[in-house]
Design a protein around this ligand. Structure first.
Ligand code: ZN
Length: 244
């Protein structure tokens, strides 16, 4: 195991409490507009290419577009709010985490197990990524981030990529964060518009809220219940309403 992998694969210890990171504000640095073409998606990496093809085949098209938006939101947040991590975090590791973070939500995977969709998805991703040529450390960083991506809390620490996927998914799904004031402002409106236009939402919030309801009905013990009233807050997302 090499030490550089900690930064490259986003293991860097980060407060679990996003509110503690941003203080009483929605950002550390005021976000400027960032064009989507300035954010490079690592299409040329062979592991990303295989994972992208797999995600396109397995995920619902609405979930695939959500996963791509999460990639771009996370890249914007990293670059503008966490320049130190931006200098070292592998965009490949981040892309793999985004593409597979909801893999447990497919109809097949949801009913294949009694496990919560995020936990099962993280375990599945570990094997998929090893098969697709990711390094063990990279696959494990992605797996841990997927397992904890809905584990919003205030105590303890989380990996950087785990905190980032929480921020980016909550941003796309809810538009408000329980612990971050005026969370919508973490990304500039121009950037938000461009990302929603590049990967259209097509009523994503309604679709995802219904998924949460379905999971909580089939598996009343599931981890999605940890976010109180999750289905309704997703449906009440006003930040993204105009693009729904
Ligand atoms: Zn998601």
């Amino acid at each position: 195991m090499c030490h550089e992998e900690i930064a490259t694969n986003g293991w860097t210890s980060t407060p679990a409490n996003a509110g503690a990171i941003f203080g009483n504000r929605p950002f550390i640095n005021k976000p400027e507009p960032l064009a989507i073409k300035e954010i490079e998606f690592p299409f040329d990496d062979p592991t990303v290419a295989k994972t992208l093809k797999y995600a396109k085949e397995e995920l619902h098209p609405k979930t695939f577009n959500h996963s791509m938006r999460v990639f771009f939101y996370g890249m914007a947040i990293t670059r503008q709010q966490f320049p130190k991590q931006a200098a070292t975090l592998s965009p490949i590791t981040w892309a793999l985490a985004c593409l597979l973070h909801d893999i447990g939500s497919t109809e097949t995977n949801l009913t294949a197990t009694r496990m919560s969709f995020d936990i099962y998805g993280g375990i599945k991703a570990l094997q998929i990524l090893k098969d697709f040529g990711a390094t063990t450390d990279q696959a494990e960083a992605v797996s841990e981030a997927i397992i904890r991506h809905q584990d919003l809390g205030v105590d303890g620490t989380i990996t950087y990529v785990g905190q980032l996927i929480q921020l980016a998914t909550i941003y796309d799904n809810v538009g408000v964060h329980p612990n971050v004031k005026d969370f919508g402002q973490i990304i500039h409106e121009t950037t938000r518009t461009e990302i929603n236009e590049a990967y259209p939402r097509t009523k994503w919030c309604e679709f995802f809220a219904n998924f949460v309801r379905e999971e909580e009905t089939i598996k009343p013990w599931c981890h999605s219940t940890h976010i109180v009233n999750f289905d309704n807050i997703v449906e009440a997302n006003t930040l993204m309403k105009q693009w729904e």
